[in-house]
Structure formats: structure tokens, C-alpha cells
Design a protein around this ligand. Structure first.
Ligand SMILES: [Zn+2]
Length: 384
């Protein structure tokens, strides 16, 4: 006797960095997912974009942006300062930093993505960190509600991947839930594309191979879903794209060349695509501003532009001055990494390589134009 099928499942597959320009000229799932649109991204890294997808809010409102922000009063990292007394050659090895990051995460009970990257230990006590909690559970946001708050309040049974787990395991976990036929909404999280694109860049044949692998696995997911559900609605979305790096700039040395004292005159953090500055002295503000105005590889973002981008934060939480690099310019070294890589994101959302994508086999229930609309799409698809 044939089992009764469940009526409907909506599956949203999140593929990190599957940008509109990454898909261009490629035929990834074209027949299966004929409805394809470009989504405008949010200014920032995945640490800003994913919260915007999960809440429908801009960074100013959910308060997740770049990981580190100046806040000596609340910094949980004071004990790490001691590591700054040890030789850099010892403590700045990737393995040592990974070990320390894991230890901190465990000691402090952080459930979010936590990585110290290359933030210097001698200054780490001046910074706090914005993603201490798991974003993918109810109550995960610094401010506002995410889709999981809505789903749990409405008692809607759903499936969500464990973002800490491998793509293979996440596919297996989704398959197991589809066979049970109990959930009506599923969010499948696929993280590896981002790492690959950083490493090899969007033009590489390895990207084609990876897309073929996704296509294969998602076809299998569709087959399983169709065996257990009458209607299968499939969406693939991303958070941003990937620009190809063409120039390296040592912004840190330029600023340090002014001879100002870090921590006394100013505090800065250097992400891969932007320098963020806090000033403790008017002269330091003037001198750093004058210096940055002479750096042609990037520009200072004026406040009205930050407002339009939804990145004007209360109390200038993430920086009093944001210096953004032109697309393709990488800050090396930075507090994110010491070595150059092929692809990078976190440039201006106007850059075509920043665009994300939305592919589907049905018309999206919401006129999606930006990644924040994915939140409304998820609400409509799950009925909450
Ligand atoms: Zn990335």
C-alpha cells in the first residue's frame, strides 16, 4: 500500500557567495529553476548579510555587522592581552589562533561563529564581538526577531541545517526529515562555495565542478521530496557574490606611518575590504582623515551614504569613520588575514560582484529585489 504524501514542502537552499555574477554564463539548474533574479546585497560581510536574510532588517536595525567593534568597557577579551607579550611568530600562527578561538568559545559559552582572526592580542582588550549567539535559533539576534522566532511562536514544524556541520551531513539531515514528511519548510545551509570562491576566484573551472556537485545533490533532494510531498517548492538564494582581487594595499602601514599611538590617539580595525576608525583625539581624526583622502584605492563613506546602506549605527558602534576599498582592492595584511587570496566580498553593494541571486521553480510569493526580501519569502512560504 502506498503511503499518503504530505501536501507541500518549501525548501530554501542557502549557498554562501553564489553571486549573480558567479552564475553568469553558467547554466546551473537552469531547467529545474527557470525563475532567476538578481538580489541586491547588504553592505558588509556574511556576518551582516546572513542576519539581514534571517530578519529582513538592515544592519543598523539588527546590529550585526563586522565581527569586532571598539568597546573597551565591555570587552570580554582582557585576559588575552597577556598573549600580546609573547612573540608574534608564536601566537600569530593560524593553528594557535584557532586553538585560542575554540577555547574562548567554550569558556565563554559562545554559540555563534567565533574566530579571532588576526586581531592583534596586544589590542584585543579594546574590542567586543557581535556574533556571540547562534543566529539560526529563536532569540539569536542582537536586536529584532529572526525567522526562527516567528516559526517557533507559530509552532510550525521546520527543518534547519546545523551551520557548523559539513554540506554532506546537512544534505543527509534534510533527506532524513523529508522522508518523515512532517515539516513544511526547510532551510538548507551550504557554506563551502564561499571558501572555494575566496581561494580560486569565480572564473575557475573548480567553480563549475562545485556547481555540478550541488546540482547533483539537489536533484537527489528533489527526488526524495517528490516521493513524500505532493508539491515541492525549491528556492536557492545567496548572501553576496565574489569579486576578483586585483590589487593589494597595505593600509595599516600607511596609517601607522603617521606615528600616532594606537589605543591612545585612535583605534582601528582592518577588515579585508575596509578600515574602521575611532578617534580619541581631534588631531588624530584630522590627520587620519587627511591621509585617507589621499588613498585612491578606496574612499571614506559619508554619513548620508551609510544611512542609505542601512549601516549608520547608534553610537557609531562599528566605527566613526569607514574607509571602503574599491572593488577588487584587498587590504593586506588585515585583521582578517595576513595572506592574499583570489576572491573577496564586502565591497559596495553597487558593485555588480556584490549581487546575490534567487533561483526558484515557482514564482516567489514576494517581489524579491534584495536579500532582506528572503526573510519575507520564508515567512510567506512557511505561513508565519
Ligand atoms: Zn566569504
Amino acid at each position: 500500500m502506498k503511503e499518503q504524501k504530505s501536501p507541500k514542502i518549501s525548501i530554501l537552499v542557502f549557498i554562501d557567495a553564489l553571486g549573480w555574477e558567479v552564475l553568469k554564463g553558467r547554466r546551473f539548474m537552469e531547467e529545474r529553476l527557470p525563475l532567476r533574479r538578481k538580489l541586491r546585497s547588504v553592505f558588509g560581510f556574511s556576518s551582516a548579510c546572513i542576519p539581514s536574510i534571517l530578519t529582513g532588517l538592515m544592519p543598523r536595525d539588527h546590529r550585526h555587522w563586522s565581527f569586532f567593534y571598539y568597546s573597551p568597557e565591555t570587552s570580554p577579551f582582557k585576559p588575552l592581552r597577556l598573549l600580546g607579550l609573547l612573540p608574534r611568530s608564536l601566537v600569530d600562527r593560524g593553528r594557535v589562533r584557532n586553538m585560542v578561538s575554540k577555547l574562548i568559545k567554550r569558556l565563554y559559552g559562545y554559540t555563534g561563529y567565533f574566530q579571532l582572526y588576526n586581531i592583534p592580542f596586544e589590542h584585543v582588550d579594546k574590542f567586543d564581538y557581535c556574533e556571540k549567539s547562534d543566529l539560526f535559533v529563536p532569540g539569536g539576534m542582537n536586536r529584532g526577531e529572526n525567522i526562527f522566532d516567528h516559526l517557533s511562536r507559530a509552532s510550525v514544524p521546520y527543518h534547519v541545517s546545523d551551520w557548523r556541520d559539513s554540506e554532506e551531513n546537512n544534505l543527509d539531515a534534510l533527506t532524513a526529515d523529508l522522508v518523515k514528511g512532517e515539516v513544511g519548510f526547510a532551510l538548507l545551509y551550504m557554506a563551502s562555495m564561499d571558501a572555494l570562491l575566496h581561494e580560486v576566484g569565480k572564473e575557475s573551472p573548480q567553480v563549475d565542478q562545485k556547481l555540478a556537485w550541488y546540482e547533483d545533490r539537489l536533484e537527489a533532494i528533489l527526488r526524495t521530496a517528490s516521493e513524500h510531498y505532493e508539491e515541492v517548492r525549491l528556492f536557492i538564494c545567496s548572501d553576496h557574490g565574489m569579486a576578483t582581487v586585483h590589487t593589494h594595499l597595505d593600509l595599516m602601514s600607511k596609517v601607522e606611518g603617521l606615528g600616532l599611538e594606537f589605543g591612545r590617539d585612535y583605534t582601528a580595525t582592518y577588515d579585508s575590504t575596509m578600515g574602521r576608525f575611532w578617534f580619541h583625539d581631534e588631531a588624530a581624526r584630522e590627520r587620519i582623515t587627511a591621509l585617507l583622502e589621499q588613498v585612491p584605492e578606496g574612499r571614506i563613506l559619508p554619513l548620508d551614504e551609510l544611512e542609505q546602506l542601512g549601516c549608520d549605527f547608534e553610537g557609531d558602534q562599528y566605527g566613526e569613520l569607514i574607509f571602503l576599498m574599491n572593488a577588487g582592492v584587498l587590504i593586506v595584511p588585515s585583521h582578517m588575514g595576513l595572506t592574499p587570496i583570489t576572491g573577496m566580498h564586502g565591497y559596495h553593494p553597487d558593485d555588480p560582484d556584490s549581487d546575490a541571486s534567487l533561483l526558484s521553480n515557482v514564482e516567489p510569493p514576494y517581489p524579491a529585489e534584495a536579500i532582506t526580501d528572503v526573510f519575507h519569502l520564508m515567512r510567506a512560504e512557511s505561513g508565519v
